[in-house]
Ligand binder design. Sequence first.
Ligand code: ADP
Ligand code: MG
Length: 449
Amino acid sequence: MEKEVWGRIRSEMLASLGKDAFTNWIDPLEMLEAGGRTAHFSVPTSFIGNWVARNYGESIMGRLNAEGLKVDRLDFKSVSAARPAASITAGTAAEAIPIPSVDLPGSPLDTRFTFDSFVVGKPNELAHAAARRVAESGQLTFNPLFLYGGVGLGKTHLMHAIAWETQAIRPEARVLYLSAEQFMYRFVQALRFKDMHSFKEQFRSVDVLMIDDVQFIAGKNSTQDEFFHTFNALVDQGKQIVISADRAPGEIEGLEERIRSRLQWGLVVDLHPTDYELRLGILQSKAETQLKTMPDVQMDAGVLEFLAHRISSNVRVLEGALTRLFAFASLVGREITMDMTQECLADILRASERKVTVEEIMRQVADHYNLRMSDLLSPRRARSVARPRQVAMFLSKMLTSKSLPDIGRRFGGRDHTTVIHAVKKVEELKMIDSQIAEDVELLRRMLEA
Ligand code: ADP
Ligand code: MG
């Protein structure tokens, strides 16, 4: 009998709400029972439960009573969570419903994106420190915190880490993380379903709001407008805001001036492109994790260094390469050698191949050491010439895909063993001679720029 009642209410609500809202919110509800003045529903997620309670609770209750069921309480249990998602009691205002932090309309957080798994190096140390401070202090040291940087440099990772850490330290804090795209989507939905009131309430009831890839809303005027108001409301209430973008606030085209200046109020930090050391650190940390799950895979020394040299600054590409290597090694039961790496990752290596030529390297190196290019090709063996020549050979090996004999030939017809010797020598020197290490790094950066 309750099932029939619920069936009738469903049809009524379909007619009154329209197909979209019905499909989104009412269709997922399953009525379990209605006894002892409470109607029990199961919902797929607590978010849906909350939403329905807030927005349609009164209407559902009214209809149940009209059908003769004496009900003054609705109870929504999420099938995915142990605790009740939401409940509503007749006569209570909607804001009486507590919103647990997991139920905010945010995006799920990636469990791998924590501070523990974030490798810190020169290019990201400032961003990392700022993110930690925001998560740990619980005070508004930087508000907003604006993180920016190119693709795959760890912006999303840091934001999730802030969310995890905040929830760990202050479980009562309501943390909402979502992409700017989702923000816009929810905003548009709210407009469409005339739900602006609950939209505003939801966004304004959080303690920490994090919006990822905010460049997305540039040029989308009404979304920007709403973002601006949300932003201001939260800042006025002393709530923390964390924003990310792929470039600095001043460089986002189509972003309103008032938003731009508001974003610059807090701390603006950038994630620089990764350098060799950071890439190596990340590779080592990820390889360690992989090795834990595949203990019989063996990896040759030098493979990680090779990858750190040859793959672009985008960490996502780096990770992808490593994952593929391990998958391949465990499938065919082979050791990860240099040869296997080059074969298995040929496409990735080719794609991130730098367009640097041996000639350019020679020119830059000669310039840097105040020599002529012809000196590098000459048979002169004075250290003032031989050392720069070795550096140039080393860089040629690292930054181009030319073979050792090929490189030797270009340096005045030298033998490939000379190139091998040069590469070894520079590798050694980099460890003990900070001047050489600096020179090499500087040259590499200029060549890659
Ligand atoms: P972005 O949001 O800046 O485009 P992501 O945060 O999505 O980049 O990072 C891309 C991938 O690289 C993710 O898997 C992330 O875990 C990883 N990553 C980026 N930087 C680091 C780092 N410093 N340490 C460990 N992993 C990192
Ligand atoms: Mg991202």
